[in-house]
Write a protein that binds this ligand. Structure first.
Ligand SMILES: Cc1cc2nc3c(=O)[nH]c(=O)nc-3n(C[C@H](O)[C@H](O)[C@H](O)COP(=O)(O)OP(=O)(O)OC[C@H]3O[C@@H](n4cnc5c(N)ncnc54)[C@H](O)[C@@H]3O)c2cc1C
Length: 378
């Protein structure tokens, strides 16, 4: 196997790095606490707009939708550089990674024309309305209901932990139109629709990050349905596997590890036990990186997304955890206000194993679908 980047890929990475150096203020990461805060969300619109002007927002999208038909490696190099910089695209990473591509595949022409161009310009924010108070890992038990009334659907129910909901313009919403797993449908719902109430939940990782969203007799036209009634499971499986490999959080973890090690070295405190633990954390970042590359390579060769994406995501969760544990053990003062960047990374690492699907669920998928182990009888 040859892991060398080719000249074109190296040039692309350098182009992204130069862009970041030029357009990202040095104090950006500490300007406001949390990736979904008002300050960061407004900054993301400006930043993504500039990325779009430079052809760096959606290079992997088809030219028809403002992309350059670049291969999955280009998209991944871009994502790695964005995460290493602290993900200045904010919630728009979701548009780029999976919402846009999902609409290209399953959306009607009208939905595509309405929603995809603003994503390609970097001017719009979406939220993901999946989880409910009684339906997180077990998404199939969700209860938000969409009832068909003539040419409209009336939606009632509640979502929870919805990131970006207070700034998002549109919700990618899962709601029940029938019984069981095949009775779940997807609706593209403007967040200004009457009957939607958003309440922020105070969060460790900063202001504006997670919310409760209530749907009280919210009416949408039938053309808000994505795909067909009951098709949600198929669509979401595709979307989530794009999401799972699309977040190279290990790149930020590796940068934070280097930062912590440098601090210890400068203070003359990089003792043997710290070096050993740093090496383990570094190895975990590398493992996550290489596993993610393996998935990108599969995608590059046209293989459909499969359970290995769960393994790549789990490796990334471990990388973040090992770096966080290293800081807790050897540089605890950094978490008590001594280093806002290490502190923010620690807070993100705490939730990394639960957001976008709990780590234990990834382990279940690895056991049953990748290793072929028998499922526990219910
Ligand atoms: C920062 C953050 C942002 C989020 N953003 C969004 C968002 O934008 N949109 C959205 O829809 N959701 C979002 N979520 C919700 C997230 O998807 C859920 O928290 C996650 O799916 C887990 O669901 P739950 O919280 O109900 O926990 P549960 O499903 O109740 O799980 C609780 C614990 O039990 C374990 N567990 C559950 N079932 C099993 C099993 N079968 N085998 C082994 N262990 C199991 C889990 O691993 C977990 O440790 C976000 C969460 C966080 C923390």
């Amino acid at each position: 196997m040859d892991f060398q980047w080719n000249a074109e890929q190296l040039a692309f990475r350098n182009k992204v790095r130069s862009f970041v150096a030029e357009h990202l203020p040095a104090d950006w990461e500490t300007q406001a606490h949390g990736p979904a805060s008002e300050t960061q969300s407004h900054f993301a619109v400006k930043f993504c707009g500039r990325l779009a002007e430079y052809g760096l927002l959606v290079p992997h999208w088809p030219t028809r939708w403002g992309g350059a038909d670049a291969d999955p490696w280009t998209a991944f190099i871009l994502a790695e550089e964005m995460w290493a910089a602290g993900e200045p695209r904010g919630g728009q990473y979701m548009n780029v990674n999976w919402i846009g591509p999902t609409l290209m595949r399953f959306g009607s022409e009208q939905q595509q024309e309405r929603y995809i161009p603003p994503m390609a310009r970097g001017t719009t924010l979406w939220c993901q309305g999946f989880s409910e108070p009684e339906a997180g890992s077990d998404l199939a038990s969700l209860r938000t209901r969409a009832e068909k009334i003539g040419t409209r659907y009336r939606i009632n129910g509640q979502k929870i932990w919805t990131s970006y909901a207070s700034h998002a313009e549109t919700c990618f919403l899962l709601a029940r139109t029938g019984a069981g797993r095949d009775g779940i449908s997807i609706f593209l719902v403007p967040m200004t629709t009457p009957g939607i109430i958003v309440r922020e939940i105070p969060s460790l990782i900063g202001a504006g990050d997670i919310h409760e969203v209530f749907f009280d007799n919210v009416e949408v036209p039938s053309n808000a349905l994505l795909g067909e009634e009951g098709q949600a499971w198929q669509i979401v499986r595709t979307a989530l596997s794009l999401e799972r490999v699309g977040i190279p959080r290990f790149a930020l973890a590796a940068r934070m590890l280097t930062r912590a090690v440098d601090r210890l070295r400068r203070a003359g405190r990089l003792f043997e036990s710290a070096s050993e633990q740093a090496t383990r954390a570094r190895a975990a970042c590398e493992a996550a990186r290489l596993y993610s590359y393996h998935i990108v390579d599969q995608r590059r060769h046209g293989h459909p997304p499969g359970p290995e994406a769960s393994a790549a995501r789990y490796a990334t969760v471990l990388a973040e955890r090992y770096v966080a544990e290293f800081v807790v053990e050897h540089l605890p003062e950094a978490l008590a206000g001594g280093d806002p960047l290490l502190q923010a990374h620690h807070q993100r690492a705490v939730v990394a194993g639960i957001a976008s699907g709990a780590a234990e669920i990834q382990l279940n998928l690895i056991a049953s679908e990748l290793l072929g182990l028998p499922r526990e009888p219910r």
